[in-house]
Design a protein around this ligand. Structure first.
Ligand code: NAD
Length: 252
């Protein structure tokens, strides 16, 4: 599709499953070199196998987005393996426990914020250091429609994703003159294990999706296409954008 990602180096965090895997595979199809990262080693290695099956290059590095040392080592490993970091997709995230604020343990709040927001901020910090040194790059953070609107019971997740959109815009302002573009994608309900996990404690989610404008979950590949475009030179004047890919969910 984009055509200009051939030979570029792409890092996708949380790419063992779901949206991350679909995005890593999409980079593979574009003939980019893909750094696959996750805490789930078996799933990450399977993503690498699927990319190699497409005839493209990929390697797996385990990294926990809750750990600054892992994040720093991941960026270093990417550059050591492939020589640069052209596209960084900060995708790893968790939903946490769905509970009203009054009943929500602070441990849940801290864990969700640590992985979903601090993890993205730290990832950007080390990605940007590399991209400044090499003269450019593109970063896409995977936020959510919950970075734009709220859902009851999801205070930590909603706060983390609003935060991701905020730091995306901040970084875009800091970096536009340095040839680094920073955008976020806000998926609606997508057909991944995360939504499967949500449906058990909150069965109404199934009904909400059925009654949404699209009447279905999105496919992880539909998110991946948006990420690929944002990373490509076709989006050369796009930065600081929060792109909803949600089947018209938030405009209802
Ligand atoms: P998923 O649970 O299917 O996959 C998430 C992946 O991230 C898994 O492979 C998991 O092992 C990995 N991961 C979890 N914690 C990690 C950590 N600490 N360090 C490294 N990797 C870790 O989820 P998904 O639906 O593919 O979600 C991907 C991203 O998209 C998340 O940021 C999520 O918040 C966001 N998102 C998902 C939806 C949806 O409907 N599925 C909607 C909006 C936003």
């Amino acid at each position: 599709m984009a055509g200009d990602l051939e030979g570029k180096v792409a890092l996708v965090t949380g790419s063992g499953n779901g949206i991350g895997r679909a995005t890593a595979l999409a980079f593979g199809r574009e003939n980019a070199k893909v750094l696959v990262s996750d805490i789930d080693i078996a799933a990450g290695k399977e993503t690498v196998r699927l990319i190699e099956k497409l005839g493209s290059e990929a390697v797996f590095v385990r990294a926990d987005m809750a750990e600054e040392s892992d994040i720093k080592a991941l960026i270093e490993a990417t550059v050591k393996t492939y020589g640069s970091l052209d596209c960084a997709v900060n995708n790893a995230g968790i939903e946490g426990e769905i509970l009203p604020i009054a009943e929500n343990p602070v441990e849940n709040w801290e864990r969700v914020l640590r992985i979903n927001l601090t993890g993205v901020w730290l990832s950007m910090k080390y990605e940007i250091q590399q991209m400044l040194g090499q003269g450019g790059g593109s970063i896409v953070n995977i936020a959510s429609i919950e970075g734009l609107i709220a859902f009851p019971g999801a205070s930590a997740y909603v706060a983390s994703k609003h935060g991701v959109n905020g730091i995306t815009k901040t970084a875009a302002l800091e970096l536009m003159q340095s040839n680094i573009r920073v955008n976020s994608v806000c998926p609606g309900f997508i057909d991944t294990a995360m939504v499967d996990r949500l449906v058990t404690p909150v069965p109404e989610v199934t009904e909400v999706i059925a009654m949404s404008p699209a009447g279905r979950r999105g496919r992880p590949e539909e998110i991946a296409e948006a990420v690929i475009w944002l990373c490509s030179d076709k989006a050369s004047f796009v930065s600081g954008h929060t792109m909803t890919v949600d089947g018209a969910y938030v405009v209802q």
